[in-house]
Structure formats: C-alpha cells, structure tokens
Design a protein around this ligand. Structure first.
Ligand SMILES: Cc1ncc(COP(=O)(O)O)c(C=O)c1O
Length: 423
C-alpha cells in the first residue's frame, strides 16, 4: 500500500479528523507533563496506558472481597474461582487461537519455563535450541538455564541467529539456514514475534514451517507482538507461545501473562508438565486426589489459582480491543501512524539518525527504533524535556511506539518536529 503523506501540520490534523478510531484515546488515562498537558506517550511497548474502565473492575473485586470474603470465590460478580474463563475467548482472539489453546496465568518468563518443561526434552541426538541474538535478556536467561537444568552446556546446545555484519535485523533466510544446518540436532526453535530492540516483526509462518519440516518444536515470545500486530497462532500451526499483557494489552504493571499451546498439545493429557491443582480437571479438583488429572486444554498448565488483581484490568483492556473491532482495524491505523512517522523522520534529516526497524510494513509492528548518530543521550533528554515519553536503549537507540488505540497523527507530527530540531 503506497501512502501519500505531507509534512504540513494541517495534514496531521486532517488524518486525526478522518481516523475512525479517534474516540478510543478518550478511553485511556494519559499521563500529564509538568505543564499539565498530556505527554506524547510512545512507551506502550514498555507499559501500556491505563484504561479508564480498569478502576471500576478492580474496585468491583475489592468490593466483593470486602463484602463477601471467601464467598467471593463463587459469589463475586465475576466469580474468582473461574476468573480465567471470561478471559479465554478475548485472549484467543488476540493471538488467533482456539479458546481451548490459551490460558492467562503467571508472568511471561515463568510461562516460558513452563512451556520449556513440556517441550524441551533433549535427547542424545536432539538437544539444541535456536534463538535470536540479541534477544530480551530474560529469554536468554530462561533458555540457558533450561539447557543447564538438563545437564547440558549452552556452549554446545545454544544456537544463535544473529543479524549479518552491518545489519540490525535477523533475516528470515538466516534463521531458516540455521534450522537446516542443525535440523536433526535441534529440539526447539524459540524466537520473538516482534524483536524488543529493533521492532522487527518475524515471519512466523515461514519460520514455523521450516522448523516443523525438520521435526522441531517451535515457540514464540509474543511480548511485543500481541495487541500490536494481527496473529494467527492456530492457523500458522505454531506449537507454543507466551506473552505478557502490560505492553500493548494495557493490563497494568506485572499483569497476568498468557500462554498458547496448539490444540494437539493442549488436549494431550499425556504431555509432561509442571503441575498444580488449577491444572487439574475442575470436576475432581476438590476431591483432593493424590493423582493429577489434567484437564484437556491449555488450562492444564495453570498451576495456581487465578491472581484476581492482576487479571481484572486485562478484562477492561480486552473489551476495548473487542469494541474497536479487533486487530484488523487497529493494524490498519497502526501501519498508517508508523508509516507517517517514518515519512516525517525521512524528511527531518536522515544524516542525524537512522531508523533501524525494517522499512517494509509487513516486517514491523508499530515501533520504530531510531539510532541517533550524534549526542544520542542529549537527544533523548531533549525529547523528555519536550514532553515525549519514549525510551533509550544503550548505546544510542531511541524506541518509539505510537499505538493506534491512544496515539494521534498530530502527536507523531509534533514528535518529528522536536526530533528534527535537534542540532
Ligand atoms: C521480549 C520480552 N521477553 C521477556 C520479558 C520479561 O517479561 P516478564 O518480566 O513478564 O517475565 C520482556 C519484558 O519486557 C520482554 O520484552
């Protein structure tokens, strides 16, 4: 899709006026700067904004606790005992899965360990894991300690897919080549949907197919993908995935995370796993039997009872996504919003900085990672002083994530003005 943009401020305002999703901004609390004006909040890739409706849902849980005590497990407006159930359908929508394939539980890294407990079963011949480098450190720690947990050495068992010399993003063919090279030694391929640093959207169907052709289990970390780009985990035949919900899903700090297992795994009660009572068949859970009877769904990986206060805001946020019509309309706006940002940055002075995120819209989400050639820290401070909330990654990259639910084209325009005026 070729988009015609203009650097004229009036054009940005016109894009906002024509935006069918413009009213959604008002559903969120926008943090204010010292001048009392809303910050230009481009940090949704780190922590999404608070939906205004979250307070009422959290208050409801507090009220139920206050008034019902233990009886709220069954008697709350949304019973706590089954609190994960109303999240199932909307979560499945967000990742493109069947309801039986998803569960909201724990935090992301914990879920990654739980998936590895099931899927990383190294044998003498198949013991390697392929991941990208640089990955988010928590993923690297999880994978390396999983390898060590099986008595193996990451030096022998960890294969890293790196960008080529002079490039920032990992090419799909680079990953496929490594899969082919180590094909019969790889047990698991574990890559992100969207890379945290560069904003690169990975070609999930192609990588999945390549791995499975060699009999390798394939999993994705969707931390930066869920709520950012449309996903079709089931149709792409992905084996497993994990994600957090405090970024683009706007569910608040440390909010409950999610996990997906393809139906063929989710319903397979014979798979090894780390079990707890909430993975047990609910019909027999309170018989307190000694033998674990897994429920034939992703719920069987749920270890503990649902953390109500970290789930409540997610309900608020997911209903906003549903009301907006799901990821398709949001993605359409997102492509335009980020495309406009890229256009304005190209206009503002390519010599001073370079965008290291892929230029192809189908190879990125909403984030652009801007490498500043000169005085990167000063530039970041200038942005902060001017009321922009974004983040800085050493040594010289500024990450900005205009999100379609609450950002405007005019904010993108203002951001580019500030950046362009940097000496
Ligand atoms: C790609 C990625 N993986 C893992 C994590 C860690 O998540 P958690 O602290 O929820 O385990 C993050 C957090 O930002 C992340 O971006």
């Amino acid at each position: 899709m070729i988009m015609q943009f203009s650097a004229d401020e009036k054009f940005a305002k016109q894009l906002d006026a024509e935006d069918p999703l413009r009213s959604y901004r008002d559903k969120f609390h926008l943090p204010l700067g010292k001048d009392g004006k809303s910050l230009i909040y481009f940090a949704g890739n780190s922590l999404g904004l608070m939906p205004k409706s979250a307070r009422q849902i959290v208050d409801q849980e507090l009220d139920d606790w206050e008034k019902l005590g233990v009886d709220a497990h069954l008697g709350a407006k949304t019973p706590w005992y089954t609190y994960h159930e109303p999240l199932r359908e909307p979560t499945a929508q967000m990742v493109g899965a069947k309801p039986v394939e998803v569960i909201c539980m724990n935090s992301l890294t914990v879920n990654l360990h739980l998936m590895m407990a099931t899927f990383y079963r190294p044998t003498k011949s198949r013991f390697k894991i392929l991941m990208e480098d640089p990955a988010f450190p928590s993923d690297t720690y999880a994978i390396k300690t999983q390898i060590a947990h099986h008595g193996l050495d990451p030096k022998d068992a960890l294969i890293l897919a790196r960008p080529r010399q002079g490039e920032f993003t990992v090419r799909t063919e680079g990953i496929v080549d490594l899969i082919e090279k180590h094909g019969d030694q790889l047990a698991v391929v574990m890559v992100p949907g969207v890379n945290f640093f560069t904003g690169q959207l990975f070609d999930i169907p192609t990588i999945t197919k390549a791995a499975q052709t060699h009999g390798i289990t394939i999993g994705f970390d969707l931390a930066h993908a869920v709520g950012n780009v449309p996903l079709a985990m089931h149709d792409w035949n992905v084996d497993f995935a994990v994600w957090c919900s405090y970024k683009y899903l706007n569910a608040g700090p440390g909010a409950v995370a999610g996990a997906y297992l393809h139906e063929r795994h989710a319903t397979n009660t014979q798979l090894p796993r780390f079990a707890g009572w909430f993975g047990n068949d609910p019909n027999t859970r309170f018989q307190m039997e000694k033998e674990f009877v897994p429920v034939p769904s992703a719920d069987a990986w749920q270890i503990s009872n649902p953390p109500i206060f970290s789930m409540a805001p997610l309900r608020a946020s997911l209903s906003i996504f549903a009301e907006a019509g799901g990821m398709e309309p949001l993605r359409a706006k997102s492509v335009k919003l980020t495309g406009y940002l890229e256009f304005l940055l190209d206009n503002a002075g390519a010599k001073k900085f370079a965008v290291i995120t892929p230029r192809e819209t189908d190879a990125r989400g909403c984030q652009l990672s801007i490498l500043a050639h000169e005085h990167p820290k000063e530039l970041f401070q200038k942005l902060q002083a001017a009321g922009v909330k974004c983040d800085f990654r050493e040594p010289n990259v500024i990450r900005v994530a205009p999100t379609p639910l609450y950002n405007t084209f005019h904010e993108v325009w203002r951001f580019a003005q500030i950046l362009g005026s940097h000496k």
